[in-house]
Design a protein around this ligand. Sequence first.
Ligand code: C5P
Length: 230
Amino acid sequence: MRNAEVPVLTLDGPSGAGKGTVARRVSESLRWHLLDSGAIYRALALSAELAGMAMDDVPALLGIARTMVVDFRLDERGRPQVLLDGNDVTKVIRSETCGKQASQIAALPAVRGALLQCQRAFRRPPGLVADGRDMGTVVFPDALVKIYLMASVEERAHRRYKQLMEQGVSGNIAPILKEIEARDLRDSTRSVSPLVPAPDAVILETTGKSVEAVVSIVLSQIRQRSDRML
Ligand code: C5P
């Protein structure tokens, strides 16, 4: 199978819309590879931070972007892991600081360009589930199925709050809501690859829907599209 023939499912949308969980479940069900593109931006931000670089030092960021190796695998208990140059960075890249820095460097056009090849390299048989903001619009415009997940700001803040409580982190919902709104604004108003649905994307509203319900809608979209191609 030529690389361009490998089927891709893109899952785009704002933070907290449930892309990560849905992408993982769908990739497990189809036995397709999984690309968490946000983790790539986060890993680059972490690398830059560790090297003492400023988040707007474009030449330095490009140097790292061209050489860093990000990989995804399952640990011995079947939980997803992110490796940066062979080191497990799964937890450290999830911090609020790293998310904020990732969002800052993601607004730099040259950085986005330098990461294109790294993301496209994940397209391998039998298929790829790609989760991010511009998977359907820029990185995989020829994807088999494009889904844009939506959820209200309140629902997304509530999910994030629940997640933090489960991790034993105490918090308050108001600052989470504010941070999500700020991130939405930054992601959707940047000049390059702004967060918008691809014209041929299926818009899926997840507010009030269970993960199982969303996964089953996504899988049925893939089945329908594959049937039409046979
Ligand atoms: O999805 P996640 O929250 O891990 O992504 C971190 C940040 O990386 C996002 O806020 C966004 O600014 C950026 N990002 C992006 N394009 C992607 C994935 C993530 O700009 N495809």
